[in-house]
Design a protein around this ligand. Structure first.
Ligand code: COA
Length: 266
């Protein structure tokens, strides 16, 4: 059975509830599903809905269109932020992503294209990830004179280890789905046309399990991965302070003006 669940409440998400699996599609394809304030608010609302709706047993997050899961935080919204505002933005994103990570119900990211910056961070906040063959992962914030702000320095390090996390975060390069699988960033790679069905099949293995047991698996595995609140606070503060730098203004300005940035180290 398929129903539109709570659809009226969202402006940037599509939702579909089938057999206990809530599929949430981030729906700004013209901006490659970038996370602006409206998407963050909708994500917060859908997490609240999923947590309390008895007929939702598990959640799949994906992106609309063929190109992107989420191409990052919305860079246009960075323009003109003070360091304090940027730190608060990072904390807001971190809080929503922490609610996903700590949800009592399984969240799985079905990464259907670019998962960059905040998109990679959103996928990593989910309990595990599948990807289409053409999916691309990366933390390209250094190209903007920035660092990840929604937990990327923390979750990526715990998922793939320090050296690989350093490489992705320091080079800002993208990696393909098979490499991401080899690194442990995604569990399964499927052809694009099969991604959602195959992910639903996988998630369907959890929907008939005891909910209280699933909640405790999530909590205990999260503990084993040693979430460290101080690491996240530090990341948000370092993210914020970069908004004072000339390099950040150059990086964001260059992206918006569609040119290559030149960094000066100031
Ligand atoms: N924030 C805001 N807008 C974004 C965006 C983001 N993170 N990523 C893409 N967009 C917008 C583009 O500005 C463009 O909008 P426009 O058509 O109004 O000009 C639209 O989405 C399509 O993107 P475009 O860059 O034209 O597509 P492409 O195929 O040439 O390149 C990417 C795709 C993903 C390589 C490129 O969009 C990109 O580098 N995005 C930014 C990734 C990033 O740095 N993310 C981390 C942010 S902290």
């Amino acid at each position: 059975m398929s129903t539109q669940s709570n659809q009226a409440s969202y402006t940037t998400l599509l939702t579909d509830l089938q057999d206990g699996i809530l599929t949430v599609t981030i729906n700004r394809p013209d901006k490659l599903n970038a996370l602006n304030a409206a998407v963050l608010a909708d994500l917060e609302a859908v997490v609240s809905y999923a947590e309390t709706a008895d007929d939702v047993k598990a959640i799949i997050l994906t992106g609309s269109g063929e190109k992107a899961f989420v191409a990052g935080a919305d860079i246009a919204e960075f323009n003109g932020l003070t360091p304090a505002q940027a730190e608060r933005l990072a904390q807001r994103g971190q809080n929503i992503f922490a609610r996903i990570e700590n949800s009592a119900k399984p969240f799985v990211a079905a990464v259907n294209g670019f998962a960059l910056g905040g998109g990679c961070e959103l996928a990593m906040a989910c309990h595990f990830r599948t990807a289409s063959e053409g999916a691309r992962f990366g933390q390209p914030e250094v190209n903007l004179g920035l660092i990840p702000g929604y937990g990327g320095t923390q979750r990526l390090t715990r998922l793939v280890g320090k050296g690989k996390s350093m490489e992705l975060n320091l080079t800002g390069e993208m990696m393909g789905a098979e490499d991401a699988k080899a690194w442990g960033l995604v569990n399964h790679v499927f052809p694009a046309t099969d991604l959602l069905d195959a992910t639903r099949k996988l998630v369907g293995k959890m929907t008939n399990k005891a909910p209280l047991a699933l909640a405790r698996v999530i909590s205990c595995v999260n503990d084993a991965a040693m979430a460290d609140a101080e690491g996240y606070n530090k990341e948000a503060a370092r993210f914020g302070e970069l908004f004072e730098t000339e390099d950040m203004k150059e990086g964001v300005g260059a992206f918006l003006e569609k040119r290559k940035p030149t960094f000066s180290g100031r």
